[in-house]
Design a protein around this ligand. Structure first.
Ligand SMILES: [Zn+2]
Length: 162
């Protein structure tokens, strides 16, 4: 009678994942792009990897699931997503490109120039800064604020403030 209840789940994607995929499909569609299997895998990696991966990192992360994907495809896809406003790029030293989803676009970032770590930054005053810029300049579509330097991750030792 209650047999169905204990049927183990097949490999099918979970309801959460389905809802997520539907949301992304709509988002891609609104941006004028089809959400192919490759693009889905790439976008998911972008969402999951909070350290703003570069193309090579994305390539290595999606390859197990999509063995036929090429590094060039990932490059092309990232350019396409960026042009469509779904992803954005932080250019670090030597023009090295790192990516995040466009949801993160209005957040400020800190780039540790020693180890390449990129953190989202939340600071008091960002909203004020944005408003002030908007009053002075016009309507903003986004804000890119990148702090650079040696992060606490790479500080030789904690310095006493005394
Ligand atoms: Zn560091």
């Amino acid at each position: 009678m209650a047999n169905k209840k204990n049927t183990p789940k097949r490999k099918a994607v979970s309801a959460d994942e389905q809802a997520q995929n539907r949301e992304w499909r709509q988002m891609f569609h609104a941006a004028g792009l089809r959400l192919t299997k490759q693009r889905l895998a790439i976008y998911r990696e972008l969402e999951t990897n909070k350290n703003h991966p570069d193309v090579d990192t994305i390539f290595r992360a999606v390859r197990p699931a999509i063995p036929k994907i090429s590094l060039f495809t990932v490059y092309r896809t990232m350019n396409m997503m960026e042009e469509a406003g779904l992803a954005w790029r932080i250019t670090t030293w030597k023009s090295h490109a790192r990516y995040g989803t466009s949801k993160e676009r209005q957040i400020a970032h800190f780039l540790c120039e020693k180890c390449g770590r990129i953190d989202n930054v939340e600071l008091d005053g960002l909203t004020t800064l944005r408003r002030s810029a908007e009053n002075t300049l016009g309507t903003l579509s986004g804000m890119d604020l990148i702090f650079r330097g040696t992060g606490k991750c790479c500080a030789p030792r904690a310095r006493s403030r005394n």
